[in-house]
Design a protein around this ligand. Structure first.
Ligand code: HEC
Length: 106
């Protein structure tokens, strides 16, 4: 029984680990100053972003371009028109793609 509990705990830790790593990357990259997963901070909540682009096949590329180059206009009703700052080349392209994939999977 103890071994079973240990295995279940370990498996949950392994499943949770990638999401934790992505959140850590978001924190390290400074995103969490303006975003949270669940709610609007300065920018829109990331679950809302995922919902907005669900089923939109061009969404991933558009979001990668937005995080790299910054911009505004897609969330004016939520943000009052505050722009998202540009992150390229401060954050590596591979990390930006990782962050967008993490957000879209929420
Ligand atoms: C200074 C505040 C700020 C920081 C820091 C910030 N964002 Fe944003 N973010 C915004 C705002 C404001 C918007 C809404 C832009 C708009 O209206 O189109 C936004 C929008 C977004 C969107 C949705 C874009 C769209 O066009 O729908 C994504 C995805 C996103 N941010 C990811 C990130 C990631 C990843 C980081 C870190 C690398 C980050 N943000 C850092 C303020 C910020």
């Amino acid at each position: 029984m103890k071994a079973f509990v240990a295995v279940v705990a370990l498996a949950s830790a392994i499943i949770a680990a990638p999401a934790m790593a992505d959140l850590e990357l978001a924190k390290k990259s400074g995103c969490l100053a303006c975003h949270s997963v669940d709610a609007k901070v300065v920018g829109p909540g990331w679950k809302d972003v995922a919902a907005k682009y669900k089923g939109d096949s061009t969404g991933r590329d558009a979001l990668i371009a937005k995080v790299k180059g910054g911009g505004k206009g897609n969330w004016t009703a939520v943000t009052g028109g505050v722009p998202m700052p540009p992150y390229s080349p401060r954050v590596a392209d591979a990390d930006i793609e990782k962050l967008v994939d993490f957000i879209l999977a929420l």
